[in-house]
Design a protein around this ligand. Structure first.
Ligand SMILES: Nc1nc2c(c(=O)[nH]1)N[C@H]1C(S)=C(S)[C@@H](COP(=O)(O)O)O[C@H]1N2
Ligand SMILES: [Mo]
Length: 366
């Protein structure tokens, strides 16, 4: 049972770890190897996989723990050497279990947009993912012979059982395996809807599964960001600057520039995503107004005064990409206040947290 459930748990953890690395790197301001701007849907896919495999792992981990739990409570074997080895292995399992539970719990709460803690989610979740993956690899190395042996045998074969486990319970092993796969599949269906449009109806657990203006859900509202007045102020200006040069543009000025429409997704780290047609000014056209050199990094500032996403960094390859827009409209309608009116950033293959709304400044960094 443990080897069979563990195989899928291992696959889920592997995908979750790799896609997590992608997400962490994509959010790093400094990127020695530039994060690619193509395909535009890349981050949508990797982050959807990240959240989905994490959710799938929850029932798998619970069943896995249930099947091995009595083993962890056995008394230690006789003999100093065997005792130290066994204690060491159990300590590594304790680290694996604790870090896995931490990752799945914080990840799940995060995907429901509930952050009942003080620490930085991203940094802590990332650091512990290394702990978990290290402990997992150690565990796999130690257990490899047992796993291989167990997977070769029929699941009902009692040869590898601990002595107390041979008595048949109400639910047979095949039954429990089927129940486990079903629980995992249901958990996936219940969450994946926030990424896969036709699953929206069945996604009871998916946050942001509802529709927002233009068919795109709203994350933080203008009210929550405290911009309800500044965003509609007739004196609004977007300031674009580079070195000593600077231009200041109202929404009418932006609308008078050549407009481009791009189909680009918003892909939130929390797992939901939605693709839409955004219309606005090419960011590069704005940078050209102030003669910003190619490859310039741009500091993007929002009208929002507080919060981690009020200011973000746009790397040079994103700034120069033809599809990166200062969006003024969504799905053919003027941008909704909650989607970032009067102007917001939208770039391909970029984590949602960096798609800054309610733009006030674009400042080219030297
Ligand atoms: N100024 C500002 N921009 C922001 C945010 C924010 O809190 N403040 N949230 C970001 C996050 S986390 C996401 S997922 C997207 C969501 O955009 P939407 O609400 O238009 O769907 O906006 C991003 N832009
Ligand atoms: Mo987000």
């Amino acid at each position: 049972m443990s080897a069979r459930v563990g195989r899928w748990l291992g696959i889920s953890f592997g995908i979750c770890f790799l896609t997590g690395l992608v997400s962490h790197y994509a959010q790093n301001p400094s990127q020695p190897v530039p994060f690619p701007t193509s395909p535009a849907w890349g981050y949508r896919l990797t982050q959807g996989l990240h959240v989905t495999t994490g959710v799938a792992a929850i029932p798998l981990l619970l069943v896995k723990l249930w099947t091995v739990f009595p083993l962890l409570l056995r008394s230690l074997p006789a003999g100093a050497g065997a005792r130290v080895r066994e204690a060491g292995e159990r300590a590594s399992i304790a680290v694996l279990v604790a870090s896995s539970l931490f990752l799945l719990t914080t990840g799940l709460l995060n995907s429901t947009q509930w952050y009942p803690w003080e620490f930085s989610f991203r940094r802590t979740h990332y650091a512990l993912s290394w702990v978990a993956i290290g402990a997992l690899l150690l565990h796999l190395a130690i257990k490899a012979p047992t796993i291989r042996e167990a997977l070769r045998r029929d699941v009902d074969d009692p040869a590898l059982d601990r002595p107390a486990a041979t008595e048949q319970g109400a639910l047979g092993r095949r039954g429990l395996l089927r129940a486990t796969w079903t629980a995992s599949a249901l958990a996936v269906l219940a969450t994946a809807g926030s990424t896969v449009p036709w699953l929206r109806q069945v996604s009871v657990l998916g946050v942001r599964s509802g529709e927002g203006p233009g068919g795109v859900p709203v994350n933080r509202t203008a009210r929550a960001a405290g911009v309800t007045e500044t965003a509609v102020d007739p004196a609004y200006r977007l300031v674009v600057s580079s070195g000593g040069r600077s231009v200041s543009l109202g929404r009418e000025d932006l609308l008078a520039m050549p407009q481009r429409t791009e189909e680009l997704p918003i892909a939130c780290v929390e797992g939901w995503s939605a693709s839409a047609a955004w219309t606005g000014v090419r960011l590069r056209d704005l940078l050209d107004l102030v003669d910003a050199p190619a490859g310039s990094e741009v500091e993007v500032t929002s009208l929002q005064q507080r919060g981690a996403f009020a200011r973000t960094l746009l790397q040079g390859n994103f700034a120069d990409d033809d599809r990166t827009l200062v969006a003024l409209a969504l799905a053919g309608e003027p941008l909704d206040l909650d989607h970032g009116f009067p102007a917001r950033l939208i770039a391909p293959n970029r984590p949602g947290v960096l798609q800054t709304k309610w733009l006030s400044r674009l400042e080219v960094l030297a």
